[in-house]
Design a protein around this ligand. Sequence first.
Ligand SMILES: *Cc1c(COP(=O)(O)O)cnc(C)c1O
Length: 482
Amino acid sequence: MYYDKLAFEISKSGHTGYSLPKNVFKDYKISESLLREEKIVLPELTEFEAVRHYTNVSFKNFGVEKGFYPLGSCTMKYNPKINEDIAALPGLSNVHPYQPTKTVQGLLEIYYNTQKILSEISGLYEFTLNPYAGAHGELVGLMIMKKFHQDNGDFKRTKVIVPESAHGTNPASATVAGFESVEVKSNQDGTVNIESLKEVLGDDIAGIMLTNPNTIGIFEKDILEIAKLVHEAGGLLYYDGANLNPLLGQARPGDMGFDIMHINIHKTFSTPHGGGGPGSGPVGVNKRLVHLLPSPVVKKVNDKFIIEDQNDTAIGQVTHFYGNMAVIVKAYTYLLTVGKENLGNIGRYSVLNANYIKESLKDLYLLPVDEVCKHEFVFDGLIDKSNHVTTLDIAKRMLDYDVHPPTVYFPLVFKESLMIEPPETESKETLDSFIDVMRKIALEAKTNPELVKGAPYNTVVKRLDEAKAARNPLVKYTDLIE
Ligand SMILES: *Cc1c(COP(=O)(O)O)cnc(C)c1O
């Protein structure tokens, strides 16, 4: 159809979607210096044409509001629309960062309450809402870790322990914060190998970065012993909170011995994310590190809310103003909507959903760690690999069935990782239809492997040369039609 084309291509001279009132300011002259030198090139469309055009473009996209999106480690859950309504309230969306604090008491109360709720959920003493994302939170947390040791006159702690199954941002953040990351070996189920941990612990270790449940969805049951060993060696424990969903209302990183953590509130507390943003990665610390939190901080003094800079003992400022405010408001709305009494159901249902899918498919897909998982689990491709159908082929074929593929080839501990996370907001019907799709693809891989290897067929862009697409991406429409 013609509206499959670019707006410029369907443009027709004279088509407009506006009608401006007659200019009554006859003698008004705009200074020459402000005028454009060339005529602006804009598509000319009627309102209806523009609406159809953008609606059709949006159909080519895939998002959590179009279909199932079981992206492991990303917690792609439903984002309730009330979050948007609240964040768009004029009193919140029109504020300016330089407004006097007495005119934004309501917003500061939201900040203050969110900080308190995150503390209660996680067991950490105090939070800053400033960091813009999980990875940013990691950097802030590691800067706190570094300052803590340096303030103790301890400059030889230059290494941070990161398990081999960790998210790529962990070693990256450690490097950016000026640490060297050292790997600790994992057991077969991805949990930390205690003997290997003991070997690397020493007076050059600043701390360890862990996520619990780990990347494979397995709860680190030796966490108390790990915490004891790291603390005895003078290190701190950093908790990567991206996998907090299954713990909600069930267990708290603070109680496990973690000293610093971030929470990806865009994941766990339902704000739209993916495609690069916007996110928010509040950082929590235990009591002995509070003085190191970045500026500014929101505090309550005599029933008034104030914004304060930390003194010189802290790590300084890590954001322009006060973090991603709208994301924080949406997360707060979500927390209040769910309510304290229902928080535990998020943990319970996300764990139930993951185990339901895992058990329904493990006769066809290879499950290297056959244990009760938390909110996610990892298959290592198909059990029957005789036709050489890979995880990549399976992921591409899912697109034809309107499913967003899970995370693939991560974690690196298995060759054909397929990491599935079905959040608590998915119904049994959705899970069943996903299981059907996965079973159908496994059957196709057996009976018609070439079909799977050539997928996808129903998408705008068909199978790409992955290496070429990464090195020489054609992102302009004009590149594609040449
Ligand atoms: C998403 C994620 C991160 C990084 O968080 P961003 O908000 O994307 O920067 C870190 N660790 C894990 C385990 C994650 O899943």
